[in-house]
Ligand binder design. Structure first.
Ligand code: ATP
Ligand code: MG
Length: 291
């Protein structure tokens, strides 16, 4: 396999240029079976590591997925995460904020979804929407906030937010969390095909929204916003993975690899039973065997 998940990693040590980031690794049909097999293997490893993470209860993991519409966030979540024990993972979708959410600072709703240590939270979209759609659609101009917060240039407003996000993620790291950030990088052409499929296939009609076309018209602005956000927030402790997403089965494999890698880095262990409790275990075993 030519492209590895490490090639997709941005940790602040190199600049991310959206124009150079492939939306496809042009894998051949023959690679598909191999990718699927490796994804299956990763699912098993993920399940084992998640079990240890839960038992260990010392660290939590936030996995966040960002992408343009129809890049395959939902199906990636379905395929890759099916190896996890549902008791240890919660999935949260970040849609347009409610009035109550808008009345708080933008990190509030994300903070409410953080997992307890030992568990995993998967964010389908995330607080990064607050430096993407909010920037591209100029939503921040309409925020009900004091003048001192809004009376600045767009660059100033979002560089403040980038700083806040870096601090938030470092805060999480220092408090026992890992944050894995994935951008599913789908191409404009592939998105067109998938949106057409949502119209042509009745079972997919519910997924189509005319507003997706409006956002699509701002493609270049979105790509610039992604580039700025990724460069400003790719850090050693909270790296970004920019995954080519035109070939869904390849993207799934890469995402599964990123998840396995972060769990291996976290290196969770089953808690050791103290010597005194071992004697108790032996006594209990003897009682059960006597029955
Ligand atoms: P799909 O990729 O299948 O279309 P989706 O994640 O786009 O799924 P939708 O319900 O279609 O799900 O869209 C959620 C919408 O909410 C997105 O357009 C997103 O940009 C928007 N959104 C999320 N967070 C914010 C925010 N903070 N402010 C404004 N809009 C937001
Ligand atoms: Mg959508």
């Amino acid at each position: 396999m030519t492209l590895t998940i490490e090639d997709c990693r941005y940790a602040g040590d190199r600049t991310f240029r959206i124009a150079d980031a492939p939306t496809s690794a042009h894998m051949t049909k023959g690679d598909r079976a191999k990718c699927t097999e490796l994804t299956d293997e990763n699912r098993v490893v993920m399940g084992e590591l998640q079990d240890r993470l839960y038992a260990d209860g010392r660290e939590g993991l936030v996995i966040l997925l960002q992408a343009m519409d129809a890049a395959g966030k939902d199906s990636t979540i379905r395929h890759v995460m099916s190896g996890m024990n549902p008791q240890g993972i919660d999935v949260y979708g970040f849609k347009q904020p409610t009035a109550r959410e808008l009345a708080h600072d933008y990190l509030w709703r994300a903070a409410r979804c953080l997992p307890e240590r030992g568990k995993i939270a998967l964010f389908n979209r995330s607080y990064y929407e607050d430096v993407l759609v909010v920037r591209v659609d100029g939503l921040w101009h309409g925020y009900r906030m004091p003048k001192r917060c809004l009376d600045c240039s767009e660059d100033e407003f979002f560089s403040r937010r980038f700083g806040q996000i870096r601090d938030f993620e470092e805060h999480l790291y220092q408090n026992g969390y890992h944050v894995l950030k994935i951008f599913l990088n789908v191409g404009l052409d592939e998105q067109r095909k998938r949106l057409l499929a949502r119209i042509d296939d009745e079972s997919k009609n519910w997924k189509f929204s005319a507003s997706d076309l409006a956002e699509r018209e701002h493609w270049d602005a979105y790509m610039s916003a992604y580039e700025a956000a990724i460069n400003a927030t790719a850090t050693k402790h909270a790296p970004w993975y920019v995954v080519p997403a035109d070939q869904k089965w390849h993207a799934r494999y890469l995402v599964s690899q990123a998840v396995v890698n972060v769990l291996k880095d976290m290196d969770p262990h089953y808690p050791e039973v103290p010597a005194g409790e071992k004697d108790e275990l032996a006594a209990c075993k003897a009682r059960l065997l006597k029955e």
